[in-house]
Design a protein around this ligand. Structure first.
Ligand code: KG4
Ligand code: ZN
Length: 328
């Protein structure tokens, strides 16, 4: 079964064709990120206008790369939420129209859960790659969300905890703005931190004991106060390292605690911040120590993409036959 997925929740416009929920036949992404750089963050109105411009050609390219036409597509999938309203509407309207015109099923997908499903995607040629064992703990770290889930099945997720203020990626972006490093902040802070190791500068993220919730806004404010106190003496490498370490430490600590509390030995990561080199390394170390199997998607599936939407939709379609005739 071929599903054409469409993803337009933030500043990306993605389309992908995925076969039988796992084999990625194509995964096309256009981004308007360069249009937001001057503002230090995504401007919703610009994002949705760009998505209107991009969506038709992105879908055509996804079909072409998959060597398929609309005749070969069995169902359509789209990100329903969460996301920027105008951006979501572009994808929803486009996919609704396709589904209505071609009289094929439309499945709406939760963007966050799809980020975790990115761990199940594979290239068509790697046929033997097994599905991750469930139940698993899922850590989602993106620009808009930071949450821990228990994944019971691919259609049943239980929220264990989430950020009470900024998402991890949002904190990276805001700290980058404080340090005048541009947008998006994650990749550049990641790069600077690699040459900034220090023991003298420390920021600490709120622990929120006895909870799987997170809070990053205090860390961001601590960075701001530090830069205000030392305006002529700013070592951006060290600040990037210390800030990143505080975020990574708490993410690792709570993920391992969630596995222990639920007696689960599989941990899946997803979202843009899962591209962070220190988070990947520290999670790998901790999971080795506690004998937890860690799965992190390849970089291209960490960022917003439509393959994860099409892949997860396959399971929704099979678990709930009513989805077959549903349209958003
Ligand atoms: O999942 P995503 O592509 O979009 C959302 O759904 O939010 O995540 C984007 C976020 C941005 O905040 C960006 O700064 C962050 O992911 N990010 C990173 C890295 N690469 C992207 N954060 C830390 N380290 C990175 N290497
Ligand atoms: Zn995302």
């Amino acid at each position: 079964m071929n599903i054409l997925g469409i993803e337009t929740s933030c500043d990306e416009t993605g389309a992908a064709v995925v076969k039988d929920g796992r084999s990625v036949l194509s995964n096309t992404v256009a981004t308007s990120v360069s249009d937001h750089v001057a503002y230090g963050g995504v401007i919703p109105e610009i994002a949705s206008r760009k998505q209107l411009e991009f969506i038709h050609s992105v879908v055509q390219q996804a079909l072409r790369e998959a060597k398929t036409s609309l005749d070969d597509i069995d169902a359509f999938a789209v990100t329903r939420h969460p996301g920027l309203l105008g951006s979501l509407l572009v994808g929803l309207s486009f996919t609704n129209a396709l589904s209505f015109a071609l009289q094929k099923p439309l499945i709406d997908v939760d963007h966050i859960q799809a980020h975790l499903y990115a761990n199940c995607l594979k290239k068509p040629e790697s046929s033997r790659q097994p599905m991750p064992e469930l139940p698993a703990i899922g850590l989602i770290v993106s620009g808009g969300h930071t949450s821990l889930y228990k994944i019971k099945t691919w259609t049943s997720f239980k929220l264990l905890g989430q950020t009470r203020d900024d998402a991890a990626g949002e904190a990276f972006d805001k700290v980058a703005r404080i340090l005048e490093l541009g947008y998006p902040g994650g990749p550049v802070i990641d790069r600077l931190a690699q040459q900034g190791e220090t023991k003298t500068l420390k920021f600490t993220a709120a622990k929120l004991e006895d909870s799987f919730d997170f809070s990053f806004s205090g860390t961001k404010t601590a960075v701001l106060y530090h830069t205000q106190r030392h305006p002529n003496d700013l070592d951006k490498h060290k600040i990037a390292y210390a800030f990143q370490k505080s975020v990574v430490d708490i993410l690792v600590q709570k993920s391992i605690q969630a596995c222990a509390s639920q007696k689960i030995r599989t941990l899946l990561i997803g979202g843009g911040v899962a591209a962070n080199s220190s988070l990947r390394a520290e999670l790998a170390k901790a999971c080795q120590t506690y004998k937890i199997k860690l799965l992190i998607p390849p970089m291209s599936y960490c960022m917003d993409n439509a393959a994860m939407i099409a892949g997860l939709a396959y399971h929704a379609l099979h678990s709930n036959p009513r989805q077959r005739t549903r349209s958003c």
